[in-house]
Each structure stands twice: as C-alpha cells, then as structure tokens.
Design a protein around this ligand. Structure first.
Ligand SMILES: CC(=O)SCCNC(=O)CCNC(=O)[C@H](O)C(C)(C)COP(=O)(O)OP(=O)(O)OC[C@H]1O[C@@H](n2cnc3c(N)ncnc32)[C@H](O)[C@@H]1OP(=O)(O)O
Length: 408
C-alpha cells in the first residue's frame, strides 16, 4: 500500500475538507497569495469553477482554525507516443503566513501524493508560484513556455503560409461550447492536459474580469471547428492598443495560421501579446519579418511528479537502444530501483544501471523538455557508463518540445 511507503511523521492533522469548508480553504489560499477574500456575490461563480476533487486541509491543534490547504483534480496528460496517463492537477496550495516553515506543506504534500496514488493517478502536475518549493517533493520542470509580443506594424504573412478554413466571431459561451468538444483532438503535444468542466468555468471567470471587452473566435476547417482563441483589447486614451491573447488552441498548421491571420487583421491594434505559449510555436516562420515577434520571457510551465514510476515509464514510447535507469525516490521509496527502458517498453530489471537519477530529474526528461545529457553535464544525473547520456538523449527525445498550455 502506497501510504505505507510515504516517509515523514505527521504532527499535523491533515484531512479531506467537507464541502462547507471549501470557501474557508479558498480564502486561506487567497490570503497566502495576498488576494482579498471571496465576496458573497462572487462565491457561487467561484464554487462552480472549483474542479471536482479533494481539498486537503490542516487545522491548528489549539484553535481548530484552518492553517494549510492543497487541492487536486483528475485529468489526463498526453505522453510521447500519444497515450494519455491519469494525472492529478495540484492547485490552491497555501499555508497561513504565521504557520509557515513548520512542515505544514510537507505534511500536505505527502498526504496528497498518497491520496493521488490511491486514486490511481500515475503522476501529479502543478504550476509553481516559486521554483524553490516543489523539487524536494519529487516534482521537476517537465515543460517550458514563452511569452511573446508581436509588433503588428511589421507582421505580414508570407505568401507561402498555409491558407484555408474560416474564422468566425462567436459569443464566449458559444466558442467555449464549440471548442470544448474539439479540444481533446488538439491536445496531442506531450504535456497537454484534458480540461475538466470546472476549468472552462474558471476561464469564463477570467474572461469576465478582463479590463477590455473580450472577443472569442473559432476556426473551422474541413472537419469542423479545429481551433479557437479568446482575447481582450486594452486601448488606453491616448496610447497604443494591445490585444492580449488569453487562450489559443488549434489542431494543426492551417488553424494556427488562420487564427493568426485574423488576429493580425484586427484594426486599431498596435501589438499583440501571447503568454505561456509553446517554445517552438512557429509564428515567426509565417511572417515576412520574423523580428516582428519578440520573446519577452521563457519560464518553467508544468512541474511534474511521477507517482507510479513503473507505469509512467511503461506508458510512453522510446526510440533507439534500451538503457537501464537507476531511480531514487526520497518520498515514495516504492519507486526506487532499476528499470530497463527502450523501444520494447519499460520494466524493472536486476541488470546494472547506466544512468542514476532522482525522481525529479526523471520528470524533467520524461516528456522531452530536457536532454538527459544536459542533466548529466550539470550534475543532476550521474552516468556510470561511457555514452550513456547520449544514448538516453535518443531514447527520451520527442519530435516537439512538450507544453502544458492549460493553467490551473
Ligand atoms: C500549485 C500552487 O498552488 S503554487 C502556490 C504555492 N503557494 C504560495 O506560494 C503561497 C505562499 N506560500 C505559502 O503558502 C507557503 O510558504 C508554502 C506553501 C509555499 C510553504 O509552506 P510551509 O508550510 O512553510 O512549507 P514547509 O514548512 O513544509 O517547508 C518544507 C521545506 O521547504 C522549504 N520551503 C517551503 N516554502 C519555501 C519557499 N517559498 N521558498 C523557499 N523554501 C521553501 C522550507 O524551508 C522547508 O525546507 P527544509 O525542509 O529544508 O527545512
């Protein structure tokens, strides 16, 4: 039983909160992010946007007040090779400011990993507020993303850019409804997650809180709706207007080009900002002047924690020659051991290992975000046979950088 494998003793009472405690938990989380409490008017909408799944809480021994919380919901993540793996989306993690650095988060993380394992989640994923928090619990940066801005004055499509399909302005509700059906078809890149109903409700709330008016568009190709985008425009008076892309998803090159042709055609816009996009999103390649696109930030996107390492390794595909990995998991020691990984699959083995790594480093190479040799070169992974790092590079390589693309 996985709960018996979890290390660390508990001196805090971690329990699953009841439905009528969710608002207190949300307010606690907000306070840790320095956000005002939820008002009575807001609560019904906030409640609707809470994805199904357990909210854990830690209460203070003396006062009984909630001092720490963490939520999770169930999703599925696309792997290299196309399989989907059950993943717990971890969110709303916070510890009351007067109770931090006493192990409350540690207890929550251990209890949550046990719970996720018992619910059959092969992995957990999160977006980190700070990069120093989650590595110790076995999470590693498994996808990266970039923010970019497009100067509309210089952005002209090349004549050989893909054409086809039709862009239509819709109400936000209609666009979400039409696109939510098509979304699973577009989530083919490793690291992409299925979006539960609560996620779409949260998007509606985000859109309602934009300063400028929100516009939603869909792209329709030969097989129906295959892409969508939502954006708002800030038009200060006086000053140049900025179109801020809130979400854009597409099934392929034609819908990507079609959506961007439309976005670049919107009048009275000076520049367009896009955040949290795939590192290799090829907008520059569609334009006559690639410098019209400027990357303004590149950062960690999804932090991944492999909970069931044997299953996780077996569910993705590999290329090249097989290799033995020696995995160490300081929190879930049931994952410790050697695994032969190759084009025929992955399984435990008694054979000697060529690469030695902790479970957080395994998460970093698992979807293809980092090459194993990069982690060897920087001391995060140890190679015990010559050539092992390059061999592992070939095994774990993916055709495109992984990307999550769903913020939660
Ligand atoms: C997925 C999400 O929801 S991301 C949002 C995370 N929440 C926030 O950022 C809100 C503000 N921060 C907080 O609420 C808290 O500081 C938390 C949740 C980050 C940490 O909670 P704590 O109860 O203090 O963590 P805990 O005491 O278990 O710390 C465990 C270890 O991590 C370290 N640690 C925890 N948080 C941080 C941090 N923010 N920066 C650096 N180190 C940290 C601790 O020093 C400790 O190290 P040690 O084991 O070597 O002594």
């Amino acid at each position: 039983m996985l709960s018996e494998m979890i290390g660390g003793m508990t001196d805090h009472d971690v329990r699953t909160l009841a439905d009528d405690e969710l608002r207190t938990a949300q307010d606690l989380f907000r306070s840790t992010l320095h956000v005002k409490p939820i008002t009575d008017e807001e609560w019904p909408q906030v409640r609707a946007a809470v994805q199904d799944g357990p909210t854990l809480g830690v209460t203070d021994g003396e006062s009984g007040a909630l001092i720490g919380t963490a939520r999770s919901f169930e999703s599925a993540m696309t792997l290299p090779g196309g399989a989907g793996v059950p993943i717990g989306g971890v969110t709303h993690v916070g510890v009351r400011a007067d109770r931090t650095r006493r192990g409350v988060l540690t207890e929550l993380m251990h209890a949550q990993l046990t719970d996720l394992a018992e619910r059959g989640m092969v992995a957990a994923g999160l977006h980190a507020s700070e990069t120093s928090i989650y590595g110790r619990f076995g999470y590693g940066v498994a996808t990266c993303a970039r923010d970019y801005t497009v100067d509309r004055r210089f952005a002209r499509f090349r004549s050989d850019a893909p054409v086809g399909g039709r862009v239509e302005i819709r109400t936000v509700e209609a666009a979400i409804e039409l696109f939510a059906d098509a979304y699973p078809r577009t989530a083919t890149r490793p690291g992409m997650l299925t979006r539960p109903a609560g996620w779409w409700a949260q998007l509606r709330r985000t859109l309602e809180r934009q300063d400028g008016p929100v516009t939603a568009i869909t792209h329709e190709g030969a097989d129906g709706v295959d892409g969508y985008a939502v954006y708002s425009v800030d038009r200060p008076q006086p000053g140049p207007a900025t179109l801020r892309l809130v979400d854009l998803q597409c099934a392929g090159p034609e819908s990507f080009a079609g959506l961007w042709r439309y976005l670049l055609s919107v009048d009275l816009v000076h520049d367009i900002t896009a955040s949290g996009r795939p590192l290799d999103e090829p907008l520059e390649l569609l334009l006559t002047d690639p410098r019209a696109v400027s990357t303004i930030a590149q950062f960690d996107d999804l932090w991944l924690r492999l909970i069931d390492v044997p299953t996780a390794l077996a569910m993705r595909t590999y290329a090249g020659e097989s290799l033995v990995l020696d995995v160490t998991d300081p929190v879930l020691p049931g994952n410790d051991g050697c695994y032969r990984v190759g084009p025929d699959g992955a399984a435990r083995t008694e054979d000697p290992a060529a690469l030695h790594l902790d479970v957080d480093a395994l998460a970093m190479i698992y979807l293809g975000a980092w090459r194993p040799s990069q982690l060897v070169d920087t001391g995060r992974v140890r190679a015990s046979t010559p050539g092992a790092a390059r061999q592992a590079d070939r095994l774990f390589a993916t055709s495109a950088p992984p990307w999550c693309g769903t913020f939660f």
